[in-house]
Design a protein around this ligand. Structure first.
Ligand SMILES: Nc1ncnc2c1ncn2[C@@H]1O[C@H](COP(=O)(O)OP(=O)(O)OP(=O)(O)O)[C@@H](O)[C@H]1O
Length: 302
Protein backbone atom coordinates (compact mmCIF):
# COMPACT_ATOMS: atom_id res chain seq x y z
CA UNK A 1 0.00 0.00 0.00
CA UNK A 2 1.40 3.43 -0.85
CA UNK A 3 2.22 5.68 2.12
CA UNK A 4 0.45 8.61 0.45
CA UNK A 5 -2.36 8.50 -2.10
CA UNK A 6 -3.75 11.69 -3.61
CA UNK A 7 -6.64 11.49 -6.06
CA UNK A 8 -8.06 14.41 -8.02
CA UNK A 9 -7.06 16.96 -5.35
CA UNK A 10 -8.73 20.31 -6.05
CA UNK A 11 -8.27 23.60 -4.19
CA UNK A 12 -9.45 27.09 -5.06
CA UNK A 13 -8.80 30.47 -3.46
CA UNK A 14 -11.76 32.63 -4.46
CA UNK A 15 -12.01 32.17 -8.20
CA UNK A 16 -8.33 31.18 -8.54
CA UNK A 17 -7.76 27.45 -9.03
CA UNK A 18 -4.50 26.77 -7.14
CA UNK A 19 -4.57 22.95 -7.42
CA UNK A 20 -6.38 21.48 -10.39
CA UNK A 21 -7.19 17.77 -9.95
CA UNK A 22 -3.76 16.61 -8.88
CA UNK A 23 -3.15 12.87 -8.38
CA UNK A 24 -0.02 10.99 -7.26
CA UNK A 25 1.10 8.33 -4.84
CA UNK A 26 4.23 7.96 -2.74
CA UNK A 27 5.77 4.60 -1.82
CA UNK A 28 7.36 3.75 1.50
CA UNK A 29 11.00 4.77 1.86
CA UNK A 30 11.27 6.97 -1.21
CA UNK A 31 12.18 10.61 -1.56
CA UNK A 32 9.30 11.99 -3.59
CA UNK A 33 9.75 15.46 -5.03
CA UNK A 34 7.14 18.05 -5.88
CA UNK A 35 8.87 20.37 -8.32
CA UNK A 36 7.52 23.44 -10.01
CA UNK A 37 8.01 27.18 -10.44
CA UNK A 38 6.77 29.76 -7.92
CA UNK A 39 3.00 29.80 -7.57
CA UNK A 40 2.58 26.40 -9.25
CA UNK A 41 0.52 25.04 -6.34
CA UNK A 42 3.19 22.94 -4.60
CA UNK A 43 2.74 24.29 -1.08
CA UNK A 44 -1.05 24.19 -1.32
CA UNK A 45 -0.86 20.56 -2.44
CA UNK A 46 1.48 19.50 0.32
CA UNK A 47 -0.41 21.45 2.99
CA UNK A 48 -3.59 19.59 2.00
CA UNK A 49 -1.68 16.31 2.31
CA UNK A 50 -0.44 17.37 5.77
CA UNK A 51 -3.99 18.19 6.84
CA UNK A 52 -3.24 21.91 7.25
CA UNK A 53 -5.64 22.93 4.47
CA UNK A 54 -9.02 21.51 3.61
CA UNK A 55 -9.33 20.44 -0.02
CA UNK A 56 -12.34 21.54 -2.10
CA UNK A 57 -12.38 18.19 -3.89
CA UNK A 58 -10.63 14.85 -4.24
CA UNK A 59 -9.38 12.33 -1.72
CA UNK A 60 -6.14 12.06 0.22
CA UNK A 61 -4.86 9.16 2.32
CA UNK A 62 -1.68 9.32 4.39
CA UNK A 63 -0.72 6.04 6.12
CA UNK A 64 -4.33 5.05 5.38
CA UNK A 65 -5.84 8.09 7.15
CA UNK A 66 -7.75 11.13 5.93
CA UNK A 67 -5.44 13.99 6.95
CA UNK A 68 -8.30 16.34 7.90
CA UNK A 69 -10.76 13.93 9.57
CA UNK A 70 -8.10 11.73 11.21
CA UNK A 71 -5.71 14.54 12.01
CA UNK A 72 -5.16 13.51 15.63
CA UNK A 73 -4.18 9.96 14.68
CA UNK A 74 -1.85 11.17 11.98
CA UNK A 75 -0.17 14.12 13.62
CA UNK A 76 2.25 12.06 15.74
CA UNK A 77 3.26 9.92 12.75
CA UNK A 78 4.29 12.70 10.35
CA UNK A 79 6.92 15.43 10.59
CA UNK A 80 6.41 18.79 8.94
CA UNK A 81 8.96 21.45 8.11
CA UNK A 82 6.94 24.42 6.95
CA UNK A 83 8.09 26.84 4.29
CA UNK A 84 7.83 29.74 6.71
CA UNK A 85 8.25 28.81 10.33
CA UNK A 86 8.78 30.91 13.43
CA UNK A 87 9.73 30.26 17.02
CA UNK A 88 9.82 32.65 19.96
CA UNK A 89 12.96 34.79 19.74
CA UNK A 90 14.22 33.83 23.17
CA UNK A 91 13.84 30.07 22.98
CA UNK A 92 17.16 28.22 22.93
CA UNK A 93 17.94 25.46 20.42
CA UNK A 94 17.86 22.69 23.04
CA UNK A 95 14.68 24.09 24.63
CA UNK A 96 12.83 24.02 21.31
CA UNK A 97 13.81 20.40 20.69
CA UNK A 98 13.00 19.39 24.26
CA UNK A 99 9.61 21.12 24.05
CA UNK A 100 8.68 19.58 20.68
CA UNK A 101 9.78 16.09 21.74
CA UNK A 102 7.24 16.27 24.61
CA UNK A 103 4.40 16.36 22.02
CA UNK A 104 5.17 12.85 20.74
CA UNK A 105 4.62 9.40 22.25
CA UNK A 106 7.85 7.99 20.86
CA UNK A 107 10.27 10.89 20.33
CA UNK A 108 13.75 10.66 18.86
CA UNK A 109 16.74 11.37 21.07
CA UNK A 110 16.99 15.12 20.49
CA UNK A 111 20.58 15.27 21.75
CA UNK A 112 21.50 13.05 18.79
CA UNK A 113 19.53 15.27 16.41
CA UNK A 114 21.47 18.30 17.68
CA UNK A 115 24.74 16.56 16.74
CA UNK A 116 23.46 15.13 13.48
CA UNK A 117 22.21 18.49 12.24
CA UNK A 118 25.41 20.35 13.22
CA UNK A 119 23.80 22.39 15.99
CA UNK A 120 25.98 21.24 18.91
CA UNK A 121 27.80 24.57 19.13
CA UNK A 122 24.50 26.43 19.05
CA UNK A 123 22.79 24.27 21.66
CA UNK A 124 22.35 27.19 24.10
CA UNK A 125 21.86 29.92 21.49
CA UNK A 126 18.59 31.86 21.24
CA UNK A 127 16.54 31.24 18.09
CA UNK A 128 16.83 34.92 17.10
CA UNK A 129 20.64 34.66 17.09
CA UNK A 130 20.84 31.75 14.63
CA UNK A 131 21.86 32.25 11.00
CA UNK A 132 19.39 31.41 8.21
CA UNK A 133 21.06 28.04 7.62
CA UNK A 134 21.07 27.19 11.32
CA UNK A 135 17.37 28.08 11.66
CA UNK A 136 16.65 25.87 8.67
CA UNK A 137 18.54 22.95 10.21
CA UNK A 138 16.72 23.46 13.50
CA UNK A 139 13.35 23.31 11.70
CA UNK A 140 14.35 20.08 10.01
CA UNK A 141 15.47 18.62 13.35
CA UNK A 142 12.10 19.68 14.83
CA UNK A 143 10.30 17.96 11.96
CA UNK A 144 12.19 14.76 12.82
CA UNK A 145 11.98 14.89 16.61
CA UNK A 146 8.77 12.83 16.71
CA UNK A 147 10.39 9.91 14.85
CA UNK A 148 8.00 10.38 11.91
CA UNK A 149 7.21 7.74 9.32
CA UNK A 150 6.76 10.49 6.73
CA UNK A 151 8.66 13.80 6.70
CA UNK A 152 7.47 16.78 4.65
CA UNK A 153 10.18 19.29 3.78
CA UNK A 154 9.12 22.47 1.99
CA UNK A 155 11.79 24.54 0.22
CA UNK A 156 14.30 23.42 2.79
CA UNK A 157 17.41 24.80 1.13
CA UNK A 158 16.04 28.19 0.06
CA UNK A 159 18.35 30.91 1.34
CA UNK A 160 21.28 28.55 1.96
CA UNK A 161 24.63 29.01 0.28
CA UNK A 162 25.68 26.28 -2.20
CA UNK A 163 27.90 24.45 0.31
CA UNK A 164 25.23 24.47 3.04
CA UNK A 165 22.73 23.24 0.45
CA UNK A 166 24.95 20.28 -0.48
CA UNK A 167 25.51 19.45 3.20
CA UNK A 168 21.74 19.45 3.71
CA UNK A 169 21.25 17.09 0.76
CA UNK A 170 23.53 14.55 2.43
CA UNK A 171 21.49 14.75 5.60
CA UNK A 172 18.26 14.22 3.68
CA UNK A 173 19.74 11.06 2.21
CA UNK A 174 20.48 9.97 5.79
CA UNK A 175 16.80 10.44 6.67
CA UNK A 176 15.81 8.13 3.83
CA UNK A 177 18.40 5.55 4.84
CA UNK A 178 16.59 5.29 8.18
CA UNK A 179 13.46 4.19 6.29
CA UNK A 180 11.59 7.49 6.58
CA UNK A 181 9.53 8.45 3.53
CA UNK A 182 10.36 12.01 2.49
CA UNK A 183 8.16 14.42 0.52
CA UNK A 184 10.34 17.26 -0.72
CA UNK A 185 8.88 20.45 -2.15
CA UNK A 186 11.40 22.36 -4.21
CA UNK A 187 11.90 24.71 -7.09
CA UNK A 188 15.58 23.76 -7.45
CA UNK A 189 16.09 21.46 -10.43
CA UNK A 190 19.51 20.36 -9.21
CA UNK A 191 18.11 19.44 -5.81
CA UNK A 192 15.30 17.38 -7.37
CA UNK A 193 17.69 15.66 -9.75
CA UNK A 194 20.17 14.82 -7.01
CA UNK A 195 17.78 13.69 -4.24
CA UNK A 196 14.48 12.43 -5.56
CA UNK A 197 13.69 8.82 -6.43
CA UNK A 198 10.61 10.08 -8.27
CA UNK A 199 9.06 13.46 -8.71
CA UNK A 200 5.89 15.15 -9.81
CA UNK A 201 6.37 18.24 -11.95
CA UNK A 202 3.56 20.68 -11.16
CA UNK A 203 2.82 23.68 -13.33
CA UNK A 204 -0.15 26.06 -12.99
CA UNK A 205 -1.89 23.72 -10.55
CA UNK A 206 -1.63 20.61 -12.70
CA UNK A 207 0.65 17.57 -12.68
CA UNK A 208 2.61 17.66 -15.91
CA UNK A 209 4.53 14.40 -15.40
CA UNK A 210 5.55 11.92 -12.70
CA UNK A 211 8.69 9.86 -13.11
CA UNK A 212 12.26 9.37 -11.87
CA UNK A 213 14.60 12.27 -12.77
CA UNK A 214 16.32 10.04 -15.35
CA UNK A 215 12.93 8.93 -16.72
CA UNK A 216 11.84 12.55 -17.16
CA UNK A 217 15.06 13.48 -18.89
CA UNK A 218 14.83 10.48 -21.23
CA UNK A 219 11.40 11.67 -22.41
CA UNK A 220 12.94 14.73 -24.01
CA UNK A 221 15.10 14.99 -27.08
CA UNK A 222 17.96 12.58 -26.46
CA UNK A 223 20.44 14.62 -28.48
CA UNK A 224 23.90 14.84 -26.97
CA UNK A 225 26.55 17.37 -27.85
CA UNK A 226 30.34 16.99 -27.72
CA UNK A 227 32.95 19.64 -28.27
CA UNK A 228 36.72 19.09 -28.23
CA UNK A 229 40.04 20.12 -29.77
CA UNK A 230 41.73 17.15 -31.47
CA UNK A 231 45.44 16.87 -30.68
CA UNK A 232 46.20 16.27 -34.38
CA UNK A 233 44.13 17.02 -37.53
CA UNK A 234 41.17 14.73 -37.87
CA UNK A 235 39.69 12.87 -40.81
CA UNK A 236 35.98 13.72 -40.30
CA UNK A 237 34.83 10.58 -42.08
CA UNK A 238 36.06 8.25 -39.36
CA UNK A 239 33.57 9.91 -37.01
CA UNK A 240 30.71 10.70 -39.41
CA UNK A 241 30.66 6.99 -40.36
CA UNK A 242 29.62 6.15 -36.80
CA UNK A 243 25.87 5.43 -36.54
CA UNK A 244 25.76 7.46 -33.29
CA UNK A 245 26.96 10.68 -34.98
CA UNK A 246 24.25 12.92 -36.45
CA UNK A 247 26.36 15.97 -37.38
CA UNK A 248 29.97 17.13 -37.26
CA UNK A 249 31.12 20.72 -37.72
CA UNK A 250 34.32 22.65 -37.12
CA UNK A 251 34.61 25.87 -35.18
CA UNK A 252 38.22 27.06 -35.34
CA UNK A 253 40.33 24.35 -33.69
CA UNK A 254 37.25 22.73 -32.12
CA UNK A 255 35.11 19.90 -33.44
CA UNK A 256 31.40 19.96 -32.59
CA UNK A 257 29.48 16.72 -32.74
CA UNK A 258 25.82 15.98 -32.10
CA UNK A 259 24.46 12.51 -31.83
CA UNK A 260 22.49 9.94 -29.89
CA UNK A 261 22.92 6.61 -28.05
CA UNK A 262 26.41 5.85 -26.76
CA UNK A 263 27.86 8.84 -28.61
CA UNK A 264 30.64 9.66 -26.16
CA UNK A 265 31.90 6.09 -25.93
CA UNK A 266 31.78 5.57 -29.71
CA UNK A 267 33.68 8.79 -30.47
CA UNK A 268 36.20 8.18 -27.67
CA UNK A 269 37.08 4.70 -28.91
CA UNK A 270 37.65 5.90 -32.51
CA UNK A 271 39.88 8.72 -31.23
CA UNK A 272 41.81 6.32 -28.97
CA UNK A 273 42.34 3.84 -31.82
CA UNK A 274 43.81 6.68 -33.90
CA UNK A 275 45.89 7.98 -30.99
CA UNK A 276 44.11 11.33 -30.99
CA UNK A 277 43.54 13.14 -27.71
CA UNK A 278 40.28 15.05 -27.18
CA UNK A 279 41.52 18.22 -25.50
CA UNK A 280 39.16 20.72 -23.80
CA UNK A 281 36.40 18.11 -23.99
CA UNK A 282 32.85 19.18 -23.10
CA UNK A 283 29.80 16.95 -23.17
CA UNK A 284 26.24 18.35 -22.84
CA UNK A 285 23.28 16.12 -22.17
CA UNK A 286 19.63 16.92 -21.57
CA UNK A 287 18.75 17.92 -18.02
CA UNK A 288 15.58 18.31 -16.00
CA UNK A 289 15.49 21.91 -17.24
CA UNK A 290 15.18 20.62 -20.81
CA UNK A 291 12.54 18.12 -19.66
CA UNK A 292 10.52 20.97 -18.11
CA UNK A 293 10.65 22.98 -21.33
CA UNK A 294 9.66 19.92 -23.39
CA UNK A 295 6.77 19.05 -21.06
CA UNK A 296 5.32 22.53 -20.55
CA UNK A 297 6.47 24.43 -23.62
CA UNK A 298 8.02 27.14 -21.44
CA UNK A 299 11.23 27.81 -19.61
CA UNK A 300 11.37 27.03 -15.89
CA UNK A 301 11.16 30.40 -14.16
CA UNK A 302 11.10 31.14 -10.47
N1 LIG B 1 -4.06 31.66 1.27
C1 LIG B 1 -4.13 31.99 -0.02
N2 LIG B 1 -5.08 32.83 -0.49
C2 LIG B 1 -5.17 33.15 -1.80
N3 LIG B 1 -4.33 32.69 -2.75
C3 LIG B 1 -3.36 31.86 -2.35
C4 LIG B 1 -3.20 31.46 -0.97
N4 LIG B 1 -2.14 30.61 -0.89
C5 LIG B 1 -1.67 30.49 -2.15
N5 LIG B 1 -2.39 31.22 -3.02
C6 LIG B 1 -2.19 31.29 -4.49
O1 LIG B 1 -2.31 30.00 -5.02
C7 LIG B 1 -1.31 29.74 -6.00
C8 LIG B 1 -0.46 28.55 -5.59
O2 LIG B 1 0.29 28.92 -4.44
P1 LIG B 1 1.29 27.92 -3.71
O3 LIG B 1 1.87 28.64 -2.54
O4 LIG B 1 0.60 26.64 -3.47
O5 LIG B 1 2.39 27.73 -4.85
P2 LIG B 1 3.86 27.19 -4.75
O6 LIG B 1 4.08 26.36 -5.96
O7 LIG B 1 4.10 26.55 -3.46
O8 LIG B 1 4.72 28.50 -4.86
P3 LIG B 1 6.07 28.93 -4.10
O9 LIG B 1 7.16 28.11 -4.70
O10 LIG B 1 6.17 30.37 -4.45
O11 LIG B 1 5.84 28.69 -2.65
C9 LIG B 1 -0.53 31.04 -6.15
O12 LIG B 1 -1.07 31.75 -7.24
C10 LIG B 1 -0.77 31.77 -4.85
O13 LIG B 1 -0.72 33.16 -5.04
Amino acid sequence: MPVIEVNQLHKEYGDHVAVDDVSFSVEKGEIFGILGPNGAGKTTTVECVEGLRKPDGGTIRVLGFDPVKDRRKLVTRIGVQLQESHLPERIKVWEALDLYSAFYPNPANWEELIDEWGLAEKRDTYFSKLSGGQKQRLFIALALVGNPEVAFLDELTTGLDPQARRDTWELIENIRSKGVTVVLVTHFMEEAERLCDRLAIIDRGKVVAIDSPAGLVSRVDATQRMRFKPSIPLDDKMLTDLPEVVSLTHNGPHVLITGTGNLVQAVASVLARNQILAEELRVDQSSLDDAFVALTGRKFQN
